[in-house]
Design a protein around this ligand. Structure first.
Ligand SMILES: N[C@@H](CCC(=O)N[C@@H](CS)C(=O)NCC(=O)O)C(=O)O
Length: 301
């Protein structure tokens, strides 16, 4: 086969982009990833997607394919010899497309929880959000994946939600694990069994910080317990080779106490220990008050 040129224009927190990256990983397609600055879009993005001007865009041998679901189906058809992602039967495909469409509506409605400050809007949205997740959970039934025994289109479309879960829970004051335990079990299964998922999904804290930055731009914020100026958290680019969660934790501690991370963001102990080694201080046994009054970590790691 002639050499293929595959380029993906994307933006790292995008659930639409993640879905496409998962499809490419499932198929083992090598591609060039190009991160877009959505405030200052590249000429290439404007040329390749002049109608919507949105990511993701897949450029295959110079030809653009736009809209994540269309890209997803294109990938499945074009690289059909490996890991089929859409069901083989007509009804199964129709059902999968229906659920993917519903999942997108849920994501869309969930934005109110992330980006508005009005408590009364939250109340209604929270209920709608959880009710929708329960409906989706019902579709899973007792199957390991939405695709049955194998991971497929609906799984790849929903699993980016797992990376955003911490953000929904933090800002939307939800406890999805309590309301939808099977769904969380499914998400963990995907994360543990599928490298296409674990390699693609960004660290939850990075998403939380991203949402926080967007809230700041929208002028929303301050509702969460924020003793350490969480709002000012800055996320730096990950250096090549840095273990993701640990580095994010390290950068986070420029502004955050690690006990706050541990309690509110849910970091695990090994990350905290890693931090402690680098900062020669055992934060795991330090009280909040001590951390708040101790000097902020500084320097480069
Ligand atoms: N329906 C589109 C939605 C893609 C989308 O909303 N992309 C966002 C980033 S997550 C974007 O590019 N926004 C830039 C803008 O709206 O100007 C898809 O499925 O690909």
């Amino acid at each position: 086969m002639a050499k293929q040129e595959v380029i993906l224009l994307d933006f790292w927190p995008s659930m639409y982009g993640m879905k496409v990256r998962i499809a490419l990983a499932e198929k083992g397609v090598s591609y060039e990833y190009r991160e877009e600055d959505l405030i200052n879009k590249s000429q290439l993005l404007l040329e390749m997607n002049p109608i919507h001007k949105k990511i993701p865009v897949l450029i295959h041998n110079g030809k653009p394919i736009c809209e994540s679901n269309i890209i997803f189906e294109y990938i499945d058809e074009e690289w059909k010899d490996k890991a089929p992602l859409l069901p083989s039967d007509t009804y199964g495909r129709a059902r999968a497309r229906f659920l993917v469409d519903f999942i997108e509506k849920v994501y869309h409605n969930g934005r109110i929880l992330l980006y508005t400050a009005k408590a009364e809007e939250h109340e209604a949205s929270r209920k709608e959000f959880i009710d929708s997740l329960k409906l989706i959970e019902g579709e899973l039934g007792d199957k390991p994946y939405f695709g049955g025994d194998s991971f497929g289109y609906v799984d790849a479309s929903l699993i980016p939600f797992y990376a955003w879960l911490q953000a929904y829970e933090t800002f939307g004051e939800l406890n999805v694990g309590q309301d939808c335990p099977k769904l969380i079990g499914w998400a963990k299964r995907c994360f543990q069994n599928k490298e296409s998922v674990s390699n693609v999904l960004p660290e939850s804290l990075k998403i939380v910080a991203f949402v926080q930055q967007v809230r700041k731009i929208f002028g929303v914020g301050g509702e969460i317990d924020d003793p350490t100026n969480f709002r000012d958290l800055v996320i730096y680019d990950l250096p090549i080779g840095a273990p993701n969660s640990e580095y994010v934790l390290l950068t986070a501690t420029f502004r955050l106490s690690s006990s706050f991370c541990l309690k509110c963001i849910g970091f695990n102990k090994s990350s905290i220990r890693f931090l402690a080694q680098h900062d020669s201080k055992d934060f795991t046994s330090t009280s909040n008050q001590e951390i708040l009054t101790s000097p902020k970590p500084s320097g480069t790691f």
